[in-house]
Write a protein that binds this ligand. Structure first.
Ligand code: SAM
Length: 313
């Protein structure tokens, strides 16, 4: 019989009584597979890695999870076990390119549908802020779906995340070629019969519209973002976003839409996030309208990653 799953291959080297510990699923970021290997079969980790390379020939590297996402940067330790000896990869998502090292920068491919869903709703001419922007997945998804944003600022505290965001800006530099601004500039140059240097024009528009800042959002608020106001704010830090709601109230203009991520137990859904937003607003004298609180993925048994979408009134 043809071997198709990891378990099929594992039968060759893992004793029968331990076969049930073989992971049924694993995460793929670009050409890297990230697998959680239970302690009961950790002696076989290298063989499991080699087997994964056979299960899916697009996988070139296998990394083993060693602990959970932790610390301010929300990163996780990953141990190389098979394939090419590297941890950096190029990931394609919804028509954008993202270079990332999933050990040094938080990144989850599981959120790609959520990013596409929210990006589709961004309105033309919006001023957008992505707090906690990592290597830039929200930023570039938004630019792909709505190239006519007025501006998009992204703030990330992890210098590695910021470094990748800048590299990814380079990889996605042509997204704004679909913008009205780009088309207008080209039209005007044609009318004036001037030389058209597309590369230079796209560079100018990117510099005008897209800004990445490596900073703590609280510090950025009083430095780089001082005096700025936004129409839409993304807060993709489910563990702690709630603690930064005051920043959203300071930076959001009237009618600004905010997307705050959170982790909720099913008994707390959706009131806990919604109450946190309402209470935080009250504290700083603002009114809010809750638009929706959505489950965007399972975090652990009976616990969900959720997004509370609300409007600053
Ligand atoms: C859950 S990750 C999300 C990253 C990215 N938006 C994504 O979806 O892949 C949260 C990010 O927030 C960053 N972060 C945590 N605290 C921060 C702060 N006070 N200011 C700015 N960024 C922060 C972390 O370094 C991390 O990259």
């Amino acid at each position: 019989m043809k071997k198709t799953t990891l378990k099929d291959w594992a039968e060759e080297f893992i004793p029968l009584e331990k076969l049930d510990f073989v992971p049924r699923s694993f995460e793929i970021v670009g050409d890297i597979a990230i697998v959680e290997i239970p302690i009961e079969i950790e002696d076989y980790d290298k063989k499991i890695g080699d087997a994964l390379l056979k299960v899916n020939t697009a996988i070139k590297v296998v990394l083993k999870k060693s602990g959970i996402h932790k610390g301010e940067f929300r990163t996780q330790d990953l141990i190389w076990i098979a394939g090419e000896n590297r941890k950096e990869t190029l990931y394609l998502e919804n028509g954008i390119k993202l270079k990332v090292n999933p050990e040094t920068v938080y990144f989850s491919p599981r959120l790609s549908t959520e990013r596409a869903f929210l990006s589709e709703q961004v309105i033309a001419n919006s001023r957008v802020l992505v707090m906690f922007s990592g290597c830039g997945p929200y930023t570039f998804n938004i630019l792909k779906k709505q190239p006519n944003v007025k501006l998009i600022d992204s703030v990330e505290i992890n210098p590695e995340g910021h470094k990748y965001a800048l590299e990814n800006l380079n990889l996605n530099r042509n997204l704004l070629k679909k913008s009205d601004k780009f088309k207008e500039k080209i039209e005007n140059l044609k009318k004036e019969k001037k030389v058209i240097n597309e590369k230079q024009i796209i560079e100018e528009i990117n510099n005008e519209i897209i800004h990445f800042y490596c900073a703590d959002i609280r510090k950025a608020m009083i430095n780089e973002l001082n005096g700025k106001k936004y129409d839409e704010i993304f807060m993709p830090l489910p563990k702690d976003a709630e603690l930064f709601l005051d920043c959203a109230f300071s930076l959001g203009d009237k009618n600004c839409i905010v997307h705050m991520y959170d982790f909720l137990h099913e008994n707390e859904f959706p009131h806990k996030s919604e109450n946190a937003v309402i209470e935080a607003a009250k504290k700083v004298g603002f009114k809010v309208g809750i638009l929706s609180t959505r489950k965007v993925g399972q975090y652990s048994p009976r616990k969900y990653r959720v997004c509370c979408d609300f409007k600053i009134l």
